[in-house]
Design a protein around this ligand. Structure first.
Ligand code: ATP
Length: 198
């Protein structure tokens, strides 16, 4: 199965681009969804998280209190490393299962952490959706109704555009309107159909 990894910083347009690939009939696997599935109630990983950090992290309905967990790992590097070594292999396994079930010519793996994890190693090729920091801020604040400062903080915690550009095979500059993005995705799609046939 030919797999294209799709990544980009916050508000760059990963979802908008992957929605178009999906419209073109391409199976889209979302690493964020996989990351949620592996800690669903009754999953072994959730039990391990509870044992490590205490039952206060489990909400009344048995689900994980994500914001409290985020706070813990934000403050403590060792906890972050522990959690990542627990979850990343499980997430990778779930992604691989999803890819195996794909019936389209190729599959897209959308992941904000494609290059930060080993997920890029599952891909034959990588596609970066790239925009300026100004565009990331204006589109994210408009979408989420959050303060600019909050978006800037997230941007500064993510891998830089330069580092991502250095690692990627393909780039779509998403500074135009949504129609421009669709045209760019359509032409990448043609290329991936060809590559997957080779
Ligand atoms: P995140 O990492 O936060 O999940 P993302 O990379 O998936 O973000 P999107 O949600 O696809 O980004 O795009 C961010 C916002 O910008 C959305 O509201 C989307 O509709 C809008 N957007 C994306 N591309 C364009 C474009 N070319 N023109 C106008 N708006 C756009």
């Amino acid at each position: 199965m030919y797999v294209v990894g799709l990544t980009g910083g916050i508000g760059s347009g990963k979802t908008a681009a992957s929605d178009r690939f999906q419209e073109l009939g391409i199976k889209v696997v979302d690493a964020d969804v996989a990351a949620r599935v592996v800690v669903e109630p009754k999953r072994p990983a959730l039990k391990k998280i509870e044992e490590k950090f205490g039952s206060s992290l489990i909400l009344g309905d048995g689900s994980l209190n994500r914001s409290d967990l985020r706070e813990i790992i934000f403050k403590d590097e060792d906890s972050k490393i522990w959690l990542e070594s627990l979850l990343h292999p499980l997430i990778a396994e779930h992604i691989l299962d999803e890819i195996k079930n794909s019936r389209s010519a190729y599959s897209i793996l959308v992941s904000p952490l494609l290059f930060e994890t080993t997920q890029h190693q599952m891909c034959n090729r990588n596609l970066l959706i790239d925009v300026s920091i100004e565009t990331q801020i204006s589109r994210t604040t408009a979408r989420d109704r959050v303060p600019e400062e909050q978006v800037k903080k997230i941007i500064s915690s993510q891998m830089t555009r330069e580092d991502k550009l250095a690692k990627t095979d393909d780039v779509i500059i998403n500074e135009g309107d949504l129609n421009d993005l669709i045209k760019e995705v359509d032409s990448m799609h043609e290329k991936y159909i060809q590559l997957s046939n080779e």
